[in-house]
Design a protein around this ligand. Structure first.
Ligand code: GAF
Length: 379
């Protein structure tokens, strides 16, 4: 991202020197489809980010210029309505702040970034968190980065996908060279060293659009909620899937459907894999870390049913390569990216890209993952 260009464009349009804020994308090492059931996750913020150049205005208007999609609009703070779909995250944020009775005035904001859309690295959460952080910083609103996690999550949930809080937490609370072991039961967390020796994280973007993502994502949540309700009726002490383990879930096998049982099995196993992954990374046991990634993928594909042909293909191809410790689909699923842990390699991935193109007629983008700070003021 060229920050000078963002700044000079801002000055050309608004004739003021802006402050600049950065909200990164995120990857998740492991712990997929667990956050909304009080589970464990292991994400970290990355270099790709959305940047917000902004200044206060003396009126009640918000002038928004989104450079990457070449759109602009004006929202009046006294009449916030969703008129254009691309503004939904901004309107979501303004509604949440209004509900919480935060008061602030108008501002000019110019936005640009280098998070590829649809790659499953949370461009929408970066946009929502960054917009909130900009308002907080311009108007000195009295809330913390942690508060932004919860506000952003509410704002995004209001737009349709009933997501968990992993993405916002990683974007707001992450630190360079650390992964966050986050417990979504109480949102306590530990920062873990994220330095793999002679190996690096990569993303393989399938370039498959997640058409099914919204409905199917909400359906997976519903499967788990319904199963929990049935189990809770039988045993009121179980109030969250987190209260179950591999043995105890078997006690309810006759009460719930096969599909529900599979979903819970994924959840229970995935939490265990997160804890094991932390141990393996800490001891640099990358062979074992890789096995966990493959296991996670298999579970997401077969038990949670959130993968797709293209993601399965990429993981299977990587599994044949000596340079790959392990790989799995990442994020909500049905498209987006595979995350992989690779040994340092000279391989240019030409053959992999070609076989992917020959099979699906799609390009595959390969993106090295660089760990960076969470949300921050740049200037
Ligand atoms: C999406 C959601 F936004 C996250 O909260 C999480 O549930 C993830 O899918 C799956 O692990 O990114």
């Amino acid at each position: 991202m060229n920050l000078e260009e963002l700044e000079s464009k801002f000055i050309a349009v608004f004739n003021q020197e802006p402050s600049i804020f950065r909200a990164p994308g995120r990857v998740n090492i492991i712990g997929e489809h667990t956050d909304y059931n009080q589970g464990l996750v292991l994400p970290f913020p990355i270099k790709q980010a959305i940047y917000f150049a902004a200044t206060k205005r003396s009126d009640r208007e918000i002038h928004i210029h989104a450079l990457d999609i070449q759109k602009d609009t004006i929202i009046n703070l006294d009449d916030v309505k969703l008129l254009e779909p691309w503004t939904r995250f901004f309107v979501g944020v303004l509604n949440v702040l209004a509900e919480d009775k935060f008061s602030f005035g108008g501002f000019n904001i110019m936005i640009n970034g280098d998070i590829p859309f649809g790659a499953g690295i949370s461009s929408s959460s970066a946009l929502t968190c960054g917009f909130l952080y900009t308002i907080k910083s311009l108007y000195n609103l009295n809330y913390t980065k942690r508060d932004i996690v919860f506000l952003a999550s509410r704002a995004e949930n209001g737009t349709g996908v009933n997501g968990g809080k992993m993405d916002q937490f990683s974007i707001c609370m992450g630190e360079e060279n650390k992964a966050i072991l986050l417990d979504c039961k109480d949102y306590s967390y530990t920062l873990i060293e994220n330095n793999t020796q002679n190996a690096s994280w990569f993303l393989f973007n399938s370039n498959v659009e997640h058409n099914l993502a919204e409905t199917e994502y909400n359906d997976r949540r519903a499967d788990c909620d319904e199963a929990l309700q049935i189990i809770n009726q039988k045993n009121p002490e179980i109030t969250s899937l987190r209260d179950l383990d591999t043995e105890s879930v078997n006690l309810y096998i006759d009460l719930i459907s096969k599909k529900q049982f599979d979903r819970i099995t994924h959840y229970v196993d995935e939490n265990k894999r997160v804890l094991q992954m932390v141990k393996d990374l800490e001891s640099n046991n990358l062979e074992n870390a890789g096995i966990l990634l493959y296991e996670s993928h298999q579970s997401l594909a077969e038990l949670y049913e959130v993968s797709c042909e293209e993601l399965d293909f990429i993981v299977a191809k990587l599994k044949e390569e000596d340079y790959c410790y392990g790989a799995r689909m990442m994020g909500g699923g049905f498209g987006g990216s595979v995350i992989a842990l690779l040994k340092d390699t000279e391989n240019d991935f030409k053959d992999l890209k070609k076989s992917y193109f020959d099979s699906f007629g799609l390009e595959m983008d390969i993106i090295p993952v660089v760990s960076k700070n969470g949300i921050e003021k740049i200037k």
